[in-house]
Design a protein around this ligand. Structure first.
Ligand SMILES: NC(=O)C1=CN([C@@H]2O[C@H](COP(=O)(O)OP(=O)(O)OC[C@H]3O[C@@H](n4cnc5c(N)ncnc54)[C@H](O)[C@@H]3O)[C@@H](O)[C@H]2O)[C@@H](O)CC1
Ligand SMILES: [K+]
Length: 484
């Protein structure tokens, strides 16, 4: 599991640790880890001795890390030049170390753009966890020159300009090839758009683990975590004990949504899928194992979880499903005009699975606001509806209404998933996991994980259809179980 803590939590932990250690020890550990990654990257492109390294140095400790790491590289024979964005406030100890190791700080006679154009590696130490509100105007041209230079760009702690706590990018930020972070990941390393700016992220241990709280703010599951959560039938299981998932989806206009939601549901671990709605013929033609019923849901027979909404159009069914005493997943058309009071009044879990547009409509804000601030949006939705919320997107987030539960970030997504019908597969799959007994947060995060993995494997760099994703779910499940 990858876990992330907010800046406030990190700062508290750092203070506690610093009190126990000699002055500057943490920064030395951070800089040593950073220098080791830079050495590795330079070696892959040639060698360290004689390479050209440029440090972009801001006014805080992030710049201090860059300067100390630059000093270490200079001692190994690299030509290291520092561009000081606030010369009078640059970290004094770091600067002295750099100059004392044979590095230099650019004076007025050198053009930083010429130096950047010739660099092999650029270290971005403009801002880290202390940065707010995007790059300042004076940093923008050097950040752009770094990106355009052909050098490998390594961000210190975070790519400068991103918001560490939310993953938002307000204004301009620096795009890195790699990011070296310290002690723990921060939300910006896991959530888009900041995650994309970070490139490949490496975590350097500076001893913070012992002083961080046991429960993080965010967590991203990995194969082994998902494998532990997957429902596995036992010798005593029959189809009913494994759970029946009811799918209320599709309409005369969108029969395909019913077929795709059922396709997802057949791969989520439930023992049977009960389809309820007007697209029974299309469903049976494709999946004869489905139990079909024309509706309404209240008359369709017992299920252990409902999925309601994909391609539903104006067909009824949401009210019936919400009135039941089993977990309910509400997606797509089911989310239109969703009654927050009815959701809050439920005793069984409810899982809402909006994409950014649907989330924006539920919150009454522009879509761009949700896309830019995904973490805030998912938390606000859980609070308003008293439900677990899976916010789909390039980094899907799953949050429960219990604020002590870390928000889950799905790491397996792929842009190829932005294809018609893939959400229908996800809701069927996740509903099936609910029916087989997973709590809503686990069902949502396991569903998103398998779905993303199936799409990645099916796509391998080429477009995929929703059917391909459904067909890839069995392989994704196997990969998770076998740890591949
Ligand atoms: N506190 C610690 O124990 C450790 C901190 N470390 C480093 O220290 C960093 C945090 O240092 P600081 O708290 O000094 O903060 P930063 O160095 O991240 O940035 C704060 C400085 O940048 C300026 N600033 C804020 N927003 C800006 C913007 N948009 N554009 C340009 N300048 C801006 C502020 O005026 C302030 O001077 C971490 O990210 C990490 O790199 C590491 O050395 C590990 C140990
Ligand atoms: K940085």
């Amino acid at each position: 599991m990858r876990i992330a803590y907010s800046v406030e939590t990190v700062r508290t932990a750092e203070r506690e640790l610093m009190d126990r250690l000699p002055d500057g020890a943490l920064m030395r550990r951070a800089a040593a880890g950073l220098a080791a990654v830079c050495v590795d990257l330079l070696r892959r492109r040639g060698r360290v001795y004689g390479s050209r390294v440029v440090l972009l140095v801001g006014s805080g400790d992030n710049g201090g890390d860059a300067l100390y790491a630059g000093a270490a590289l200079a001692r190994r024979g690299a030509g290291v030049a520092a561009v000081l964005l606030a010369p009078e406030r640059a970290h004094a100890g770091g600067l002295a170390a750099l100059l004392g190791s044979g590095g230099r700080s650019l004076d007025n006679s050198s053009d930083p753009f010429d130096v950047l154009a010739a660099a092999d590696l650029v270290v971005d130490g403009i801002t880290g966890i202390g940065g707010r509100g995007g790059l300042r105007p004076d940093a923008v041209p050097v950040a752009r020159a770094a990106r355009g230079s052909g050098a490998v760009v390594v961000a210190v702690d975070l790519p400068s300009g991103v918001e560490a706590d939310s993953g938002e990018v307000v204004g301009e930020a620096l795009r890195a090839d790699a990011t070296v972070t310290f002690g723990t990941y921060k939300p910006g390393h896991l959530i888009d758009p900041a995650r994309e700016y970070a490139g490949a992220t490496r975590l350097v241990d500076i001893g913070l683990g012992s002083v961080l709280p046991s429960v993080p703010e965010l967590e991203a599951l990995q194969h082994a975590d998902v494998a532990r959560l997957l429902p596995v039938p036992t010798g005593e299981s029959d189809k009913y004990r494994r759970g029946v998932v009811g799918v209320v989806a599709g309409s005369a206009r969108y029969p395909g949504a019913a077929v795709l939601a059922v396709a997802g549901a057949l791969h989520g671990g439930a023992g049977a899928v009960r389809y309820v709605g007007p697209a029974g013929d299309a469903v049976i033609a494709r999946f004869p194992e489905t139990l079909v019923h024309a509706g309404p849901p209240a008359k369709a027979g017992r299920v252990q979880a409902w999925v309601v909404g994909p391609g539903l159009g104006d067909e009824p069914g949401v009210r019936d499903a919400l009135a039941s005493d089993v977990p309910v997943l509400v997606d797509a058309d089911g989310l239109r005009g969703l009654d927050a009071g009815a959701v809050r009044a439920r005793t069984a879990p409810t899982l809402l699975t909006p994409h950014a547009g649907e989330a924006a409509a539920l919150l009454g804000v522009p879509r761009g606001e949700v896309e830019a601030g995904r973490l805030a949006a998912v938390r606000e939705l859980t609070a308003r509806y008293g439900a677990t919320v899976l916010l789909k997107g390039s980094t899907t987030l799953v949050a429960s209404p219990d604020l002590s539960d870390p928000v889950r970030v799905n790491p397996t997504g792929t842009p190829w998933l932005a294809t018609a019908g893939s959400g229908d597969v996800l809701s069927g799959l996740t509903g099936s996991l609910l029916a087989s007994g997973l709590p809503a947060r686990d069902a949502g995060s396991v569903g998103a994980y398998l779905h993303g993995l199936a799409a990645r494997t099916a796509a391998r760099g080429a477009p995929v259809s929703a059917e391909d994703v459904a067909a890839g779910l069995r392989g994704a499940w196997r990969d998770v179980v076998s740890g591949e």
